[in-house]
Design a binder for this molecule. Structure first.
Ligand SMILES: Cc1cc2nc3c(=O)[nH]c(=O)nc-3n(C[C@H](O)[C@H](O)[C@H](O)COP(=O)(O)OP(=O)(O)OC[C@H]3O[C@@H](n4cnc5c(N)ncnc54)[C@H](O)[C@@H]3O)c2cc1C
Length: 253
């Protein structure tokens, strides 16, 4: 493999863990199947302490709203607020202080004047590599799959890939296991990425933006039922924490 500085590296195996625009994935020609959402996501970070202004605010909070959902996340010293931005809004308008102020004004009625420390605009994709293996090349993390950030599953899925792949590769290299074991990596990790992570993150977005009163009611009813019943709560939490996806991967032959 040639590095950007021209240096050549040789090895028996190559793991493409080089992010969504993976040069390794592109070099293999493996398709990155899926779609890109028309709207972009805008992240605005402020030092304003929302927890003082909103009693009981959790560190990760999603606000469902048919007109414009938003999401609040506490990070060290700051709160990040995330908003969808329609495809037709220009980047110049999004970069304006007035646009940021209008988005932030949705969080607490009547409050403005937020100091904005960071502003980042993302394109949002739901894509999974057609295969996580091509011969001695393997894909992991965002190089293999990307999803919208609602539910916080992208990085976690990459860690699950790394743990699964490292164990299998060690068996192949050190213990002489057949390299078909690495096809099992593909079946397990690609399988649960499609079945679980893609499905769940798409559903998370649709639940936040649901416009039909019936769909909104159904979502709230499901949440209420899960909160009221320990068995349902457990099932719900094992799903969104991705523990269920690890258990499912274990079942894949
Ligand atoms: C707004 C937002 C919020 C998110 N929130 C969450 C969350 O709450 N929870 C969660 O689990 N995930 C979240 N994610 C997703 C998470 O950030 C990614 O899934 C994760 O960072 C992917 O890790 P990675 O190592 O696969 O890829 P990356 O983090 O992209 O790392 C790839 C690395 O490869 C390097 N690289 C690339 N090309 C080359 C090359 N040619 N040569 C050498 N090096 C190269 C890059 O410099 C980089 O260091 C979020 C993403 C976004 C955009």
């Amino acid at each position: 493999m040639a590095l950007e500085n021209g240096e050549q590296l040789e090895g028996s195996w190559l793991i493409g863990a080089d992010g969504a625009r993976s040069a390794v994935r592109r070099a293999t020609g493996i398709e990155f199947e899926g779609f890109t959402w028309p709207e972009r996501f805008l992240v605005l970070s402020t030092p304003f302490e929302f927890a003082d202004a909103i009693p009981g605010l959790a560190d990760v909070t999603y606000y469902a709203d048919p007109e414009e959902w938003f999401f609040l996340l506490r990070v060290p010293g700051l709160w990040r607020a995330m908003f969808p931005v329609a495809a037709e809004v220009s980047e110049a308008e999004i970069a304006s202080d007035a646009f940021a102020a209008a988005r932030m004004a949705r969080i607490i009625e009547g409050r403005g004047g937020y100091e904005i420390r960071h502003r980042t605009l993302y394109r949002v994709h739901q894509r999974v590599a057609q295969s996580f293996r091509q011969g001695r090349v393997l894909l992991a993390g965002d190089a293999a799959h990307i999803n919208n950030p609602l539910g916080g599953m992208g990085l976690n899925g990459g860690v699950h890939d790394a743990v699964n792949l490292a164990g299998k590769l060690a068996q192949v290299i050190q213990d002489g296991a057949p390299d078909s074991l690495l096809d099992h990596y593909d079946r397990q990790r690609r399988g649960v990425t499609v079945e679980h992570v893609q499905r769940q993150t798409i559903a998370n977005k649709q639940n936040l933006e649901a416009k039909e009163p019936e769909a909104q009611r159904a979502f709230r009813d499901r949440m209420r039922e899960a909160a009221a019943d320990p068995v349902k709560a457990h099932a719900y939490l094992t799903g969104i924490s991705m523990i269920a996806s690890l258990r499912r991967a274990e079942e894949i032959a």
